[in-house]
Design a protein around this ligand. Structure first.
Ligand code: FES
Ligand SMILES: [Fe+2]
Length: 356
């Protein structure tokens, strides 16, 4: 019998989007100095931009005066954003610095006017944006670090999945789909029984370090190659591969993030990080990456045809256990936010067994 009760996908009573967490919004090298763009994130219009001094910032992309997108304006040399409608200016922290139409004696205090500013962190070549439940509160956590020294995105693939974040996340952590969705002569191994050990982590869980079964991993470090796979709320998955090449220890990290655009669309981005001297790995990822993410996107599009009828679905032991953990983590996160109590990770250490 199952060690834990089955659970309906989506039956976590949590809001669609969790708050008080960091979401990966953009790659650093796609936002030049003085550039701005409008991005939908968690159903909200967000201006992602970079001031002339190099600082990345994120503002609600709605001018508090009369609603025009600030992203349609310009970044001024003094490091403010100028609205294209009446020229109001805003700093990266959202404070208004100028209302050009005012004349002497009109005592509106511009500094009392604000547009929502989202906390931003730029690290490892990535721009993370914090979505607080209460916009006036400081971040309670920091975004995840890539566990590779001087991490730089070496290879990136990003696709829009036409599904909500839950199905995107679950599809990526699902161990049983690989032989069917990603089956190819050069990747497929006949399904066999797997047993993988899992432990809870801060806001998620980890498939602990083990020798991967696919021979393709040998390209990164020969016979002693090992890998661990981590998942952290809201939607961050790392595969951390360690091996030895030319007698040197090598760490390669594959990050997959699901960034919600809105309730029905999710940007899924896969980024690989490796030390500069491993440049010869690139062709390997150029072949594998787009294919794999496109496979996952296609199956999600097929799934949509079924989900349109709002069917009852199943999550089964043990192969859907990571999906069940995801729902439990979400539920626990939402409850802790709602009740103001500390988050308690519901995942228990366990070995999962399945055939794939
Ligand atoms: S709408 Fe932005 S300044 Fe008027
Ligand atoms: Fe997949």
């Amino acid at each position: 019998m199952s060690a834990e009760p089955a659970m309906q996908p989506g039956a976590d009573d949590a809001p669609i989007f969790l708050r008080d967490l960091w979401y990966m919004a953009a790659l650093s090298n796609t936002v030049a100095k003085g550039a701005m763009r409008r991005q939908m994130l968690l159903g909200e219009p967000v201006l992602i931009g970079r001031m002339r001094d190099g600082r990345a910032f994120a503002l609600r992309d709605i001018c508090p005066h009369r609603g025009v997108p600030l992203s349609a304006g310009r970044v001024l040399p003094e490091n403010t954003v100028e609205c294209p409608y009446h020229g109001w200016r805003f700093k990266a922290d959202g404070g208004c610095t100028l209302i050009p139409s005012l004349v002497d004696g009109q005592d509106i205090d511009a500094t009392k006017i604000r547009v929502r500013a989202y906390p931003v962190r730029e690290q490892d070549g990535l721009i993370w944006v914090y979505f607080a439940a209460n916009e006036h509160e400081e971040p309670k956590t920091e975004p995840p670090r890539v566990p590779v020294p001087n991490a730089k995105p070496r290879w990136v693939e990003s696709q829009t999945f036409t599904c909500g974040i839950d199905h995107a996340v679950i599809g990526l952590m699902d161990p049983a789909h690989a032989p069917y969705v990603h089956g190819r002569w050069w990747w497929r191994v006949s399904p066999r029984e797997k047993a993988k050990h899992y432990e809870p982590s801060a806001n998620g869980f980890v498939m602990t370090r083990h020798a991967p079964s696919k021979t393709a991993y040998k390209i990164i470090g020969g016979a002693d190659v090992s890998t661990e796979i981590t998942f952290e709320l809201p939607s961050t998955r790392f595969e951390n591969i360690r091996g030895t090449i030319f007698g040197r220890q090598v760490d390669v990290s594959g990050l997959t993030v699901c960034t919600p655009i809105d309730a029905n669309n999710t940007q899924v981005t896969q980024i690989f990080f490796w030390p500069a001297w491993l440049g010869f790995l690139k062709p390997f990822f150029m072949i594998l990456g787009p294919t794999f993410l496109a496979d996952d996107r296609r199956i999600v599009e097929l799934q949509k045809q079924g989900l349109a009828f709002n069917p009852t679905l199943m999550l089964i032991q043990d192969s859907d256990m990571p999906a069940m953990w995801y729902h439990r983590l979400k539920k626990a996160w939402a409850e802790s936010a709602q009740n103001g109590t500390p988050f308690v990770n519901p995942v228990k250490e366990r070995t999962l067994r399945w055939r794939s």
